[in-house]
Every structure is written in C-alpha cells, then in structure tokens.
Design a protein around this ligand. Structure first.
Ligand code: ADP
Ligand code: ADP
Length: 239
C-alpha cells in the first residue's frame, strides 16, 4: 500500500530556476525514508510540492491514493491535516505557550467553529498534554516557546505535527539548526514515534551518516533529479 506516489514531478520557479527535473518514487506505509543531497538539490521544493505549499509545474502526486493535484479547498485541507510538517526553523508561534502551539496543529482538525476560533475542548487539551508527555515536555506546557532551547522547540514542533494525527510526516531538515547531541535526540524522537504510531515519514537530511543510521531507505537528489534510491547498505557500497 503506497502512502505516497510521486510521478514525473517537475518544478520551475517563476525566476526560471529548475528545482525539480522529473522525480519518481513511491513510499509504502510505515517506511522511514531519508532524502539526502547537497544544498540546492531540490529537497525542500520536493517536500513543499507534496502538500502543495509549492505548486508543482508538472507531474502527479498521490497521497493515500488521492490525486493531490486535483484536490482543492476542503479536500486539500483534509489531506493537509493528514500530513504533519516539521521544519528546520521550527515555525512555532513565538510569544505563545507550548500547549497552544501544539493545539495549533489541532486547529482545523476538528473542522468545527470552536476549532476554527481556537477554542479547544478539554479532550483536545488532554490530548495535547499526552503528546507533550511523549516528547518529554509535560512540565513545559504553559511556558512560552521562546523560553525553550532549540531542541525543546523542535520537540514542540514534533508534538504539533502529532496533534494532527498524521498518516505521513514530512520533516524538512529538522536537525539542521541543532548541535550534534540534540540532533541525535530529535532523530530518536521522530524515529521512535513514527514506528510506534505506524506513521510513514519522509525526512530531508544533509547529514548522510544520520540518514544511514535511521532510514529504512534513502533517496538521493542532485540538481533536481533522483540519483539514488535504495537501502542504507546499498548506499555504502555505492559511495
Ligand atoms: P534544498 O532543499 O535541497 O536545499 P531547495 O528546494 O531549497 O533545495 O532549492 C532548489 C533550487 O530551487 C535552488 O536552486 C534554490 O535556490 C531554488 N529555489 C528554492 N526556492 C525558490 C523560490 N521560491 N524561488 C526561486 N527559486 C527557488
Ligand atoms: P533551504 O535551507 O531550504 O535550502 P534557502 O536558504 O535555500 O533554504 O531558502 C530560504 C527560503 O528562500 C525558502 O523559502 C526558499 O524557497 C526561498 N528561496 C531559495 N532560493 C530562492 C531563490 N533563488 N529565489 C527566491 N526564493 C528563494
């Protein structure tokens, strides 16, 4: 069962930059796939095309069998709710509490007026607290996120993604702003949670060593093209 299928994906930005030159791959349920490649290879563009934060120029994207290119309005919002995003720079709301940032991931999830107004039920708050406990931040729920360290902020980022109850997590260089020890810690959280919850994960990394250690499969991108697709072992033999 493919959670994600990308066919002939191309992206040319308005300024003429060819960021993606025809990318094809499938991701099966439960896979933990690292996308590696040098800066400017197109990793971030690829990720943003998948949930259409960036509009692809050509190609097809199927999420859970749904044609993402044809999805609009309500349908697109529904698919996006099932795709949790984790960013390099965390993308949290700075002057707001940890729990409210996590509940922000729940926003729109409920689809109700209360949800849209940011008024959450007791059940939603308890759910958010449970998720925070999983990332070791139960005691930080009422702190402002800008009072936290980078690693703690990224754990809030993970919790926000989990609050969406995603089927797929897209993590765009989630450890690029963190020191090596904190990076390991964050990778452990992402990897373990995805495994425990059966969440499929596509993660952009520029550290090949870390990709080899965690990923079940590695996709190599260079100049907008796929140049490698295999297991970490096969990558070792290739390099
Ligand atoms: P990576 O994530 O692998 O570093 P990106 O997807 O960020 O690669 O970038 C791929 C290429 O597209 C680069 O040449 C980059 O400068 C270019 N690019 C990225 N975003 C834009 C944009 N909004 N407008 C124009 N060019 C862009
Ligand atoms: P990344 O670490 O993702 O490669 P960049 O520093 O390349 O980040 O890009 C930062 C932001 O600027 C991104 O939103 C990217 O889409 C945009 N960007 C990158 N290159 C260009 C470009 N040539 N023209 C316009 N926007 C760009």
């Amino acid at each position: 069962q493919a959670v994600l299928e990308v066919i002939g994906l191309k992206k040319k930005y308005k300024d003429g930059t060819f960021a993606l030159r025809g990318i094809d791959f499938q991701v099966k349920e439960g896979e933990f796939v690292a996308v590696i490649g040098p800066s400017g290879a197109g990793k971030s563009t690829l990720m943003r095309c998948i949930n259409r934060l960036v509009e692809p120029s050509e190609g097809k994207i199927y999420f859970n069998g749904n044609d993402m290119m044809k999805a609009n309005g309500q349908k697109l919002r529904q698919h996006r709710r099932e795709i949790g995003m984790i960013f390099q720079n965390f993308n949290l709301i700075p002057r707001v509490t940890v729990i409210d940032n996590v509940l922000n991931g729940r926003l729109g999830y409920t689809g109700s007026l209360a949800g849209a107004l940011g008024i959450f039920s007791r059940k939603d708050r308890d759910f958010a607290l449970e998720i925070l406990a999983r990332v070791g931040l139960a005691d930080k729920a009422l702190k402002r996120v800008d009072e936290l360290s980078g690693g703690q902020q990224q754990r809030v980022g993970i919790a926000r993604a989990l609050a969406q109850e995603p089927k797929l997590i897209l993590a765009d260089e989630p450890i690029a702003s963190l020191d090596p020890i904190t990076s390991e810690n964050i990778m452990e959280y992402i990897y373990n949670i995805c495994r425990e919850d059966g969440i499929t994960c596509l993660i952009n990394l520029h550290q090949v060593e870390i990709a080899k250690r965690y990923a079940t499969r590695i996709i190599g991108i260079r100049e907008g093209k796929k140049v490698f697709d295999g297991t970490p072992d096969e990558l070792t033999r290739e390099v």
